[in-house]
Each structure stands twice: as C-alpha cells, then as structure tokens.
Design a protein around this ligand. Structure first.
Ligand code: SAM
Length: 258
C-alpha cells in the first residue's frame, strides 16, 4: 500500500510515519509513504494557497490551482469514469463526506494507493472535488480545523488491516469484527486495588472462556451500540450461537425492566 498525503503542513503526518507499527511496515517494504506540500505548487512568488470565497462568507478557501498542480504531481488525473478505483483512490477528508467505518477501512485497505487530500481554512474549491476526488470521507460528526488528523485516522485504521502489518489473530475478535464490540481484557496482577480478574479467565477452560467472551461482547454491544446489533442481524452477520446469546440477554433486559 502506498499512502500519498497532500497537505499544507506535511510535517504533521511525517512524524506519524516515523514511529510504531507503520514505521515497521515501511521498513519491511509493506507500506510506502509520500508527502506532498501543496504550497510547493502555488504558482505565484508569495506561494499563495488560499483566497476569499466567491459570494462572501467567513474565512478563506484553498485555491484550485495549487491543489490541481499538486494532485497532478501526485499522479492524479482528472476523473474520466474509466479509472481503476479499486487500486488507487483519491480521497478528500471532509466533514461532509461519507462516514468512515471499519467496513470502509477494510475496503480501502485493499487498494494499492490512497491519495489523501487534507483541507484547511473553510475547505477547498469545489471544482477540485468535481475534477479529481473519488471519495469524500468524514471521520465523524464534528469539525476539525484541518484534514491531517483525519488523514492519520484513516491511515492508521487501514494500515493495520493490511496483510502482515499485524498478526491476523489480533484482528479476529476485536471491536466491530463480526458486528460486535470487544470483550473486556485483563493482565497481571490477578488482584488490582481489590478488583479481581474474573475467575473463568484463570481456569484454563478454553470453551468456558470462549463462551464468557462471547457473552461479554454481546452484552457490551447491546448496552452501548444497539445499532450494531440491529445492523448485524439485518446483514446476517451472526451465527446461531450469537443469536441465541443476543436473544437471552435481550430477554433478561426486558424481564429486569418489567
Ligand atoms: N467549512 C467546512 C464545513 O463546514 O464543512 C469545514 C472546514 S474544516 C474547518 C477544514 C478542513 O478540516 C476540511 O477541509 C477537512 O479537510 C478537515 N476536516 C474537518 N472536519 C473533518 C471531519 N470530520 N472529517 C474529515 N476531515 C475533516
């Protein structure tokens, strides 16, 4: 996977790629990173990258020309409809984009290149979106002051899903896998501030541990993200055992509510 990030402040994303899982993935040749400073593509000698919006209104907008030149330097082409969106995707991080989810992270992790355009100020000239952008993606229903933090969220979430970046086993039972949140986890010591590790986890009984974890996942998901349970049922994500656990816990909840 190649990540190309276009930004007015590439040092923000540079720092991230120098550390941790992603730095290891780069040194192992699994991931590539390229930063493009949009300011280098401003045609005037003042390196101007923003101006007031037509029609009035507060703040400044990023100019189309430096953005277009920077995107073409990144290898982006004006959209024709014939491009292979599976291998290379040009994404503008934007609060008015479609929501970023684990499912979308999985889809993007299968691409060969993600070109990520980070906005600033009041955003970017619409013509850049119309001419080049494949996808507008939002990381949540709030407004950040710039797109770099959003690009890093997308990079982090997709990078760990790429084959060999982390062990496949770590991905199997984590939150959102199979439509449920994760079960609670404990490590040493067995007693911390009078709080004990659940006995079942010390029992060495694999089947009981598996069942306990499934129940905890369902219980947590029902409590804080019932929308995931509804969507998982509709999409047929759950096996018979999970459905039974969901129904039992829903019944318990109704009984205690009566
Ligand atoms: N005027 C824009 C609006 O109301 O939708 C907000 C612009 S915001 C201050 C500046 C930049 O931050 C955007 O161009 C975008 O790149 C980034 N940004 C802000 N919130 C975001 C979010 N929730 N998801 C992704 N990017 C975001």
């Amino acid at each position: 996977m190649k990540y190309t990030v276009l930004s007015l402040f590439p040092e923000i994303t540079d720092a991230y790629f120098a550390n941790s899982i992603i730095a290891r993935a780069i040194s192992r040749g699994i991931v590539e990173y390229r930063a493009i400073n949009i300011r280098d593509y401003a045609p005037d000698r003042h390196k101007t990258c923003d101006d007031a919006p037509y029609g009035g209104g507060p703040g400044m907008l990023m100019l189309a020309e430096p953005l277009g030149r920077a995107l073409e330097a990144a290898g982006a082409l004006p959209k024709t409809g014939a491009q292979d969106r599976l291998s290379r995707r040009l994404i503008y991080l934007s609060p008015s984009g479609r929501p970023f989810t684990q499912e979308l992270a999985r889809e993007l992790a299968a691409c060969e290149e993600l070109i990520l355009l980070c906005g600033r100020y009041e955003g970017i000239d619409q013509r850049i979106i119309d001419r080049y952008v494949d996808d507008e993606i939002s990381i949540g229903d709030y407004v950040l002051s710039s797109g770099e933090a959003a690009a890093l969220v997308l990079i982090d979430a997709t990078c760990r899903l790429i084959d060999q970046v982390i062990t496949a086993e770590s991905l199997e039972e984590e939150s959102f896998a199979g439509g449920l949140l994760e079960y609670p986890q404990y490590t040493r010591p067995e007693v911390y501030a009078t709080l004990e590790v659940p006995r079942v986890l010390l029992s060495g009984h694999h089947e009981n541990i598996r069942r306990w974890r499934l129940e905890k996942r369902v219980r947590k998901t029902l409590a804080v993200r019932p929308d995931l349970i509804r969507r998982g049922k509709a999409a047929g994500l759950f096996d018979t055992e999970t459905i039974t656990v969901i129904e039992e816990l829903e019944k318990d909840e109704r009984d205690t509510g009566d």
